[in-house]
Design a protein. Structure first.
Length: 643
């Protein structure tokens, strides 16, 4: 082995660059973050050949003093932190003091800057293996300009990893989009080979903010997104932004932006909380879209986890997970026809959570106008079968009876009974055709707000319900809508009923790690509530004696292992509930009224009223939409009818 020697500053910087400067996009990320940290309100980015030939970024921020310029390009030099305590509560995007040094070691970098109180601008470059800074006067308005030419010209290995101009530009554009989303109050301009690609004006109002989201994420997203803003007073956590409706799902995770104190992050804990919130409203294999901002005391989050700062560590991980999950879950649960009010007891604290679809009318729907939820429905369940709680609540679904200790799917006869129960709602009218018209007119005459989904007109091919509401025509997929109603009722019934367990013929012994065994012991009450009897046998072994009846045929061992792993990582697990919900969903799907069953007008009206009070009624259990609205204006457009 050769003797130990000190590396030259350039080589040391080149090694450090390996971690943060992967491609032109990473250079743009670092430069943009510096501009934002410098308080810029206007940023222009010029790029040639996907950033491989040139990246020039100009801002109107605070600028750098002449004496500080040489330091700006040296490693371990920063104006953002000074002592260890600062590192524990970082409020700027940068703090490592090495981005510019790294970039300038693998490119031809020129930094020009002028502070507002300086009479002239100054410029700095580095030379040689020692990266000696050379400062000279220059002409420049207040702010900073960084020019990066010929990236990786001196590191051929890295150069080889660069892709085509188009690919590199796509990555770079994505970085600009992320930062543009993180700071709507800042103006951004991006030019590629002389052509303007993005021109984003600063947002001052809520509307401007939505416009920024729309130009970055596409207008379809904002049209189908729910806005939310939730603050947890006690912990000082705030979550706000937009979440795509479950029906606006994507095949990829490409429209997912999560910012923590203005920094975009990819975090396992956050991803898990979001996934769980969308659980059971998304079509299998689809991904949600969202732009969400989490704000919390910088002391509660460690950003010094990875050189690229894409990861963070929350000091109160469980609390954050729980807050994100609960907030998003609540917003999704409230997706139902506009104007409908949630059933009593399920509404969020109105003072804290404000979630609305863009353009939501905010009208309230009187509980008194929902006869189905009040009136008992159809004949009572078969003799001998204990009543499900939904029966006692007067809910429309009675099929999910607990028989023989476990859930059985609702039988065909029960479904028939239930559907015929909708007949209790008869809207008196001369003929079925004008029943809807009359009901709407009656409602208006009495100064009442008509139900959001209106009144049924007809049943099309035994599949779609056509209804008329104030806006125009409502189309409902009968099976999908009923499936969601049945499913939500079954879940409610299951939650309020004591879960039934059954003893295993042969108790199941499981070898686990010590931390898993500790966790199982600590969480014994949780397992018990879900129908498991689980005890510790030794340092590293568990024994399972009872399991929930509905899961008795599943792979119990695997389920328990997964649950323990979730509990250790995220502080909680929804796996058991998810498995039970999956089962219920399958039963609901089979139990829901099938296509080609002709419904009468009162039956259809009953279904519409039920949809209005059912959580998540905008999608069926597979994430498909259950209904859609065609306004009179849209109908007029179809017929080229000028109004
Ligand atoms: N656009 C800019 N406007 C004003 N000052 C800047 C600008 N860019 C860089 N600086 C100054 O140069 C210093 C070094 O920047 P550099 O990006 O290398 O490090 P940093 O931002 O402090 O930390 P990090 O390595 O985490 O990005 C910054 O601390 C800041 O004082
Ligand atoms: Mg920086």
């Amino acid at each position: 082995m050769s003797r130990i020697q000190l590396l030259s500053p350039r080589l040391a910087n080149q090694i450090a660059a390996g971690e943060v400067v992967e491609r032109p996009a990473s250079v743009v990320k670092e430069l943009l973050e510096n501009s934002l940290d410098a308080g810029a309100t206007q940023i222009e980015i010029d790029v040639e050949q996907g950033g491989m030939k040139l990246i020039r970024l100009r801002d109107n921020g605070g600028g750098i003093e002449e004496q500080d310029l040489p330091l700006a390009l040296s490693r371990h030099a920063t104006s953002k932190i000074l002592v260890l305590e600062d590192l524990e509560a970082v409020s700027s995007l940068g703090f490592r003091g090495e981005a510019l040094a790294s970039i300038s070691s693998v490119s031809r970098l020129t930094l020009t800057s002028r502070r507002s109180d300086a009479s002239t601008a100054w410029q700095v470059q580095t030379e040689g293996r020692d990266m000696e800074p050379v400062v000279s006067p220059a002409a420049h308005p207040q702010g900073t300009c960084v020019e990066v030419r010929d990236l990786f010209f001196n590191t051929p290995a890295r150069r080889k990893f660069m892709r085509t101009e188009q690919t590199e530009f796509k990555h770079l554009e994505e970085v600009v989009k992320r930062l543009a989303l993180s700071r709507s109050d800042v103006a951004f301009q991006l030019r590629h080979n002389g052509r303007v690609i993005h021109q984003l004006r600063p947002a001052r109002t809520e509307q401007d903010h939505e416009r920024r989201i729309s130009s970055v994420c596409g207008p379809a997203f904002i049209d189908q997104a729910l806005s939310l803003d939730m603050t947890a007073e006690a912990s000082g956590l705030r979550l706000w932004g937009w979440m795509g409706l479950p029906t606006f799902s994507r095949s990829q995770t490409d429209l997912q932006y999560f910012f923590v104190n203005g920094r975009i992050i990819r975090d396992k804990l956050v991803a898990h909380a979001v996934r769980q919130a969308y659980q059971d409203v998304l079509f299998h294999g689809r991904h949600p879209a969202f732009v969400l901002y989490l704000e919390l005391d910088p002391k509660l989050v460690d950003v010094n986890v990875h050189p690229t700062k894409h990861e963070v560590r929350f000091r109160e991980g469980r609390l954050v997970h729980d807050f994100i999950f609960r907030t998003l879950h609540r917003v999704i649960a409230d997706v139902r026809p506009e104007g409908a009010v949630p059933p009593a007891g399920t509404s969020p604290d109105a003072g804290q959570l404000a979630a609305s679809a863009p353009g939501a009318s905010g009208q309230s729907f009187e509980q008194g106008r929902m006869p189905l939820s009040q009136a008992p429905l159809g004949p009572s369940a078969d003799a001998g079968a204990p009543h499900s709680p939904s029966t006692q609540q007067g809910g429309g679904f009675q099929g999910a009876a607990f028989q023989g200790g476990g859930y059985r799917g609702p039988s065909a006869s029960v479904v028939r009974d239930q559907i015929s129960g909708y007949g209790a709602l008869h809207v008196p009218a001369n003929s079925e055709q004008d029943a809807a018209q009359q009901a709407l007119a009656n409602a208006q005459a009495q100064g009442e707000v008509a139900p959001p989904l209106g009144y049924a007109l007809a049943h099309l091919h035994g599949i779609y319900i056509l209804a008329q509401n104030e806006q125009g025509l409502v189309l409902v997929d009968m099976h999908a809508a009923h499936e969601r109603i049945v499913y939500e009722r079954m879940k409610q019934a299951y939650e309020t009923e004591v879960v039934r367990s059954q003893p295993l013929l042969v108790p199941l012994s499981m070898a686990v790690s010590q931390s898993e065994a500790d966790c199982a012991e600590e969480q014994a009450a949780v397992f018990q509530r879900l129908g498991f009897e689980l005890s510790r046998m030794g340092d590293e072994s568990l024994v399972v004696r009872q399991v929930p009846v509905s899961l008795a045929r599943g792979n119990i061992e695997q389920l328990i292992r997964d649950v323990l792993s979730d509990m250790i990582t995220y502080g909680q697990s929804q796996r058991i509930e998810n498995h039970i919900n999956e089962l219920l969903a399958t039963m609901a799907c089979h139990g829901a009224v099938r296509a080609n069953r002709q419904l009468s007008i009162p039956e259809m009206n009953g279904l519409l009223r039920d949809m209005e009070i059912t959580e998540r009624s905008g999608q069926c259990n597979h994430g498909r939409p259950t209904w859609t609205q065609l306004s009179l204006a849209e109908l007029d457009k179809l017929f080229l009818r000028g109004r």
